[in-house]
Structures are given as C-alpha cells and as structure tokens.
Write a protein that binds this ligand. Sequence first.
Ligand SMILES: [Zn+2]
Length: 182
Amino acid sequence: MSRSWSTTTPSKDIGTTGTPAKGCAAPYLENSHSMDCVFCHLIRDDSARWIARDQSTCAFAPRMPIAPGHTLVIPTAHITDIFDAEPSVLAASMVLVRRVADGMRSALGAQGVNILNASGPGSEQSVPHLHFHVIPRWGNDNFTTWPAGRSQHQIDDDPVRLSAMGTAPPVDGGSAHRRAQE
Ligand SMILES: [Zn+2]
C-alpha cells in the first residue's frame, strides 16, 4: 500500500483537538483525497480527534461541537455531497452513523440523536466533503436543531408531484433509472 500524505503538519483549518484518540489513529490511505479539502487534510495529516475509523468511513469530533459528543461522520475518500456518493458509500456512512448513535446512547446517556446533512451550494453546506452531523440529545438539553422558519422559495406547480417524477427508483445503484433515461 502506498502512502500518499505526510504526517508532519496538522491542518489548522478545522476540527482538531490535537492528539488522535489512542487506538483510532491508524490511517487508511487512498489516493482519492482533495488537496484543498479540510476534511481530506484531517485524514492525510491524521490530525483529527478520531472517534472511529474503518476502511471507507471515519468519525471525529468537530472543533466547535454544538453539543457534548457532537460527531461528524464522513467517507474517507473525497466525495462532495450526497449527489456525488455511490450507494455503497452512503450505506457505509449510515452504518457508522448508527454506531456513533449507539455509542452516544450507551456511553453518554443520550436519549436520542439528530442527524444533519447539507448537500449542494444552496444548502448551507460548509465543507464540500460529504458529512453527517450526529448530535446527541437529552430531554433537558434546552436545545433544538429543527429549523425555526419556513422556506420562502416558491414553485409554480405541485412540488410533491414533481418530486415524485424526479425520484430515481431505489436500489441497484440507480442503473435502472439511468437506463430508463437513455
Ligand atoms: Zn475531502
């Protein structure tokens, strides 16, 4: 396996609290990282505080958590957003989201979790590397992650009908949908 990054200079951009968690530091190296991406920097430099890592996904603590235990789950390879992600990547990411959520319940005593993702330039996505926020919740946390308002965007048609028309058939990687469009 070839190593494609150095471990000398930790990223100063985002999300690190210093020394990687013991036992979570073994990097899985791929050549699919973006040189400009802060999350890819974390992986290349092994400079995040890792909560879990496997071949295709990792979970780490953000620099500025909005709740105790707030965690980000990302694919190891640079994938911009859900529109860029193969079903296998999405599945692996959700499996790790579930593991993190289980840990929040068992280790932090969380009574639930919120899972947040932003994908695409109109979505307030802050880092263009697919990521899922997993936010532990407690009944007494005096906190909400739900939007306070409603979208002001207007569509001059039935958005439910249009969404149904535009939604690809599930499973098989969308190939049936692609065939249908050919
Ligand atoms: Zn990246």
